[in-house]
Design a protein around this ligand. Structure first.
Ligand code: AMP
Ligand code: MG
Length: 505
């Protein structure tokens, strides 16, 4: 059959060629604005090729959204791109320089095992960083091997996608490619490369790097770039650097409130892991809380509970003070004045956080028109939940569904009294439906429970991806009922007591 004679093919080709390049379907739309920053901010660096790459997961929906849907049908190209073995057209691969406070101590860091390929423009023109993680050594690797394990890259893929579908701002995962190479972490593991997308990878630590190791002009260039990229509406304000501090603070407050809504513990909120765009970034030792306890910590290295569930707002505030410190020279030339201005912004943190947190908790309880005394209702509930070690996710679901599952909390007279009080604040009639609808958008039915995450990952690294894919599928609709996957809602019996998570695997 002679394809060239088919008129519709000719028409399709003409249409395609006449399209502006940014909406042409079959290619990357990469830009590299980060590379226009002063050279101190990055090192041009190619990914180190891997021996035998194979796709383990590929996020077709995300690829479509990014304008990379053509790759859904080009497996060989995808394997090559997302292993780092081939560089897409228009990419200018680089490793970013940054510093950071890790557990309170300042240190120089940088992308030690990640490469930014460039910024993909989606079909609407929105810009996303496309970064390979686990793609080999860079000038910032220090003593690290630049690689990542399949286990931890699949973990990031699963949890970041779950967070996205829970409605929490986050970096996302486009693919995991196994490398066919071994990685050594006390024992031998299979290696992998994760492709992560993000609004950007600019961190509080990027500003600390500029402030401590670069010139004021460099710090100014980074600030201007960040404002233009993430907060263009602030570029013309009286004091753009101060406006940036405030905007980032607001984003962080919203982010932490969202974490607290779903029971997420980041686990390593170092300043290098705090995104200026307000996304959850760096899924190392993160985990989800089951039994409610604000002191919950799973990270093996967080002995003092610095990054415990209930301490996350305090840490965000601390990190923002570091951010403010980095911005001081460009907030005002007069340092005394700069400190006063920054201080005033930071002093607004606690009030705003508390109000936003209560508003979120009222939503979880379906309270449409809260009054001040409803704050006591929230406090009393949490205190009862803590005493009875009640499951955070299940309690709100039980209230929403008007059920009393087994468990000591629901048998407690004090709790029954609390429920009565709560129902009195609950409006009847038409409002009831509205209130339930609100609860349904804020109270997930399924979260990535630690025991299930580990269970499906263990099977996945042994080559059985079916449970991983089933959990991933369920987590892509966390507010729906999944009658055929009820096991994922199960509370682990005693699992959390010995559960530990780890950094940098
Ligand atoms: P993270 O704990 O993932 O936020 O990483 C902290 C720092 O350690 C970053 O600068 C990473 O790039 C670096 N890093 C973590 N693992 C490795 C590795 N295997 N090789 C090189 N650098 C690494
Ligand atoms: Mg990090």
């Amino acid at each position: 059959m002679d394809l060239y004679l088919k008129p519709w093919i000719i028409v399709a080709l003409i249409l395609e060629l006449n399209m502006p390049t940014n909406i042409r379907k079959h290619n990357w739309q990469l830009e590299n604005t980060y590379a226009s920053l002063p050279a101190v901010f990055f090192s041009l660096q190619q990914p180190v090729p891997v021996a035998k790459p194979e796709i383990v997961c590929f996020n077709e929906r995300l690829a479509n959204d990014l304008g990379l849907g053509f790759l859904n049908h080009e497996k060989e190209n995808s394997v090559a791109y997302f292993s780092g073995n081939r560089i897409p057209d228009g990419a200018e691969p680089l490793a970013q320089a940054y510093a950071g406070h890790q557990f309170g101590y300042f240190t120089m860091l940088g992308d030690g095992r990640a490469i930014l390929l460039g910024e993909q423009l989606d079909p609407t023109g929105k810009r996303f960083d496309v970064q390979l993680k686990g793609s080999g050594q860079t000038p910032y690797s220090r003593r690290g091997d630049g690689r990542a394990t399949l286990y931890s890259m699949l973990r990031e893929y699963l949890i970041s996608e779950a967070m996205h579908h829970l409605g929490v701002p986050t970096t996302r995962s486009l693919s995991v490619v196994s490398t066919g190479e071994q990685v050594f972490r006390e024992e031998t593991h299979n290696g992998a490369v994760l492709t992560r997308t993000a609004d950007s990878h600019i961190r509080v630590g990027t500003f600390e790097y500029a402030r401590n190791f670069c010139s004021i002009e460099d710090l100014q260039a980074l600030t201007t770039y960040t404002l233009q990229r993430h907060y263009p509406e602030l570029t013309d304000t009286d004091d753009p650097a101060l406006a940036l501090l405030k905007a980032v603070m607001h984003k962080q407050i919203d982010l932490v409130v969202n974490w607290l809504r779903v029971g997420f513990i980041h686990g390593v909120m170092n300043t290098d892991n705090m995104s200026i765009a307000g996304e959850t970034i760096d899924y190392g030792p993160c985990a989800f809380m089951n039994a409610y306890n604000p002191r919950t910590v799973f990270s093996s290295i967080d002995a003092n509970g610095r990054y415990a569930f209930g301490n996350q707002s305090n840490v965000a505030h601390w990190n923002l003070a570091i951010f403010a410190g980095a911005l001081l020279p460009i907030i005002s030339e007069n340092q005394k004045k700069a400190i006063d201005l920054a201080q005033e912004v930071l002093e607004g943190f606690q009030h705003r956080f508390t109000e936003k947190w209560y508003a979120m908790m009222f939503g979880k309880l379906g309270i449409l028109h809260p009054e001040d005394q409803d704050k006591d209702l929230v406090d009393e509930l949490l205190s009862l939940m803590e005493t009875k070690k009640a499951d955070y996710t299940q309690v709100f679901l039980a209230l929403q569904q008007d059920k009393a599952p087994e468990g000591s909390l629901f048998e407690l007279e004090e709790f029954k009294g609390w429920v009565k009080k709560w129902k009195n604040t609950h409006p009847g009639g038409d409002h009831k439906a509205q209130s339930l609808a609100l609860m349904n958008t804020l109270n997930p039915k399924v979260i990535p429970r630690n025991h299930w995450v580990e269970n499906v990952l263990e099977a996945a690294v042994e080559g059985n991806l079916a449970p991983f894919n089933q959990l991933l599928g369920t987590l892509s609709k966390p507010y729906d009922t999944h009658p055929d996957a009820l096991q994922f809602e199960q509370i682990p019996e005693g699992f959390d007591v010995r559960y530990q998570t780890f950094c940098g695997t």
